[in-house]
Design a protein around this ligand. Structure first.
Ligand SMILES: Nc1nc2c(ncn2[C@@H]2O[C@H](COP(=O)(O)OP(=O)(O)O)[C@@H](O)[C@H]2O)c(=O)[nH]1
Ligand SMILES: [Mg+2]
Length: 248
């Protein structure tokens, strides 16, 4: 609890037996009310580890994808009465010890959403081992996305996100995509809904165990991101209406 607000961690997990325990144990003790692990059809010991650690576990019989796993996690968090849901990746790519900072502004009622940015402090991302091609692609897409969404963020490709209850109930996130582009759709929806956005700097980690999509997957993600920008523009201009962009 922070400011009497219920804080729930959502962990999408797909074949992350090597890093799940470490990720969960790095969340500062007493800083959250519940931890939900969504095992997205893993074929390894992901579920066993979650059970042993006594966290709230939801299992997908079949793999749905990163977006599908988030949908289940946020739905469950809302059902459990979350005031703030914060996503922690199970591959230890983002530092779980920053959870209290991620949720603070939302719990205080000063923001609706908080993003952790690896680009907030210049030079950090490369020092943390972000490969050059990823860095260049991330910067280029971020500048492009900011020119559309105008949220003033320094990174639009972070997986470290905290969402307030008000935002999660107003955005029809269940209608978003089940894959990686779910995160980009959220930006579009946050922009359309004029939510209050906050950003904190986070360290960058690119290690062997913290996996990232391959070059091909990233290219596909880049293309899908452009697709979201197109839809966002159509929606804004009233040319077309999309169900997931219908903010309540
Ligand atoms: N790749 C992938 N990750 C998933 C899926 N479902 C849940 N996840 C989890 O989502 C997180 C992000 O995935 P990752 O491939 O590391 O993407 P990154 O954020 O770009 O590094 C990881 O902690 C995964 O375990 C899925 O179907 N595919
Ligand atoms: Mg990763």
């Amino acid at each position: 609890m922070i400011n009497d607000k219920k804080i729930i961690v959502v962990i999408p997990a797909y074949n992350t037996e090597k890093t799940l325990e470490k990720s969960i144990k790095a969340i500062p003790e007493g800083s959250v009310d519940e931890i939900i692990v969504v095992d997205d059809g893993s074929r390894d010991k992901t579920s066993e580890i979650a059970k042993r650690l006594g966290v709230h576990l939801v299992v997908h019989e079949k793999n749905k994808g990163y977006g599908g796993a988030q949908k289940t996690g946020y739905r469950e968090a809302l059902n459990m009465g979350a005031d703030v849901a914060v996503m922690v990746h199970s591959d230890f790519q983002y530092d779980p010890s920053l959870v209290p900072e991620m949720v603070k502004k939302i719990a205080l009622g000063e923001a609706d959403v908080c993003f952790g940015s690896r680009m907030h402090n210049k030079g950090d991302a490369r020092k943390g081992g972000m490969p050059l091609w990823r860095f260049v692609a991330n910067r280029a897409l971020t500048i492009l996305e900011d020119s559309f969404f105008r949220l003033g963020l320094t990174e639009y490709h972070t997986g470290y996100r905290a969402y307030g209850r008000n935002l999660l109930t107003r955005i029809p996130f269940e209608k978003n995509s089940n894959n990686y582009v779910f995160d980009t759709e959220m930006f579009a929806e946050i922009s359309l809904g004029k939510f209050r956005v906050y950003e904190i700097p986070i360290p960058t980690r690119y290690t062997e165990e913290s996996k990232s999509p391959s070059f091909y997957k990233s290219l596909e993600y880049g293309m899908m991101t452009l697709g979201v920008l197109a839809k966002f523009t159509f929606q804004k201009l009233g040319i077309k209406k999309y169900e997931n962009f219908d903010i309540k």
